[in-house]
Design a binder for this molecule. Sequence first.
Ligand code: SF4
Length: 341
Amino acid sequence: MNDQGIENPGSRENLVEARDLKKWFPIQTGLLERLMARRVEHVHAVDGVSFNIRKGEVLGLAGESGSGKTTTGKLVIRLEEPTEGTVHFDGQDLGALKSEELRKMRRRMQVIFQDPMASLNPRMTIGEAIQHPLQIHFPKEASSHKEMIYDICDKVGLTPPQFFVDKYPHQVSGGQRQRVVIARALVTHPDLVLADEPIAMADVSVRALLLDLMIDLKNELNLTYLFITHDLATAKYICDRIGIMYLGRLVEIGDLRDVYSNPLNPYTHALLAAVPVPNPHHRRTETMPSGEIPDAINPPKGCRFHPRCTYAQASCSEVEPELRELKPGHFVACHYAEQFL
Ligand code: SF4
């Protein structure tokens, strides 16, 4: 093991190997300010993140808004260029691929976005929306497109397909729209699916159905998911492993059951304690950390969580903790994590 929270580096079991990923966004300012400024400031959205995604697993990335989880997901499938760091997908360095090679690789990495209304073109029928990736990745198999569209509609529960393919997104329910987005992501038979808050916009009554559908499709189609969520209750339902992010850094990663039953980072502790419990007699003993997530332009020195951490000690504001393996496969970034073992 090493200090980066990377199990089995180079293992054939890993579909994705992300190493020291950083994404810094320059802050847009006016010309005069740029001329006067000695240096350009950056938002450190992702600031040195390493992890693997094993073939066939669901790896969750969770954290508050501004933690960098969505940007990390986009870096993994190269929807964003990293400022630094590498991503190997099935052994190939995505940063070394030429544009045509990357285009071909994209068939194997698809996305389910959060808001189906925003991600579907209102002027395209559902059939046209699902066919769009087929036109990009399988243009020579045009005669098979209809069969492929009907097949994936059947799989995601848009049945009978002929009832849906000529409709427009606004003519179906919110749950059905999310099934269309899932169908569009899976019609090219990808290996990895980035699911970015995939049920957040769905009605509460259909969320469990959509998660069950995603689990069934993963098993049937041998998929691997990178599941981005702010909701640890949802992550518990679907994820095999979970990584907790805070202000651009991974603060804990491990098997979901292990992390949930024995969180080793105070931030994870607080997030889990804030998950609603369906029991009117349950009394909370902990609350969410007070205050807002700090500014990602100038992250706090030392442990980034120290201004909000109730366990912080003097060294926490000086030395940034690295991820350490405290239990097999369970990594944590906290100087004083041993007290939670
Ligand atoms: Fe809290 Fe210090 Fe651990 Fe950071 S390193 S989580 S401030 S105890």
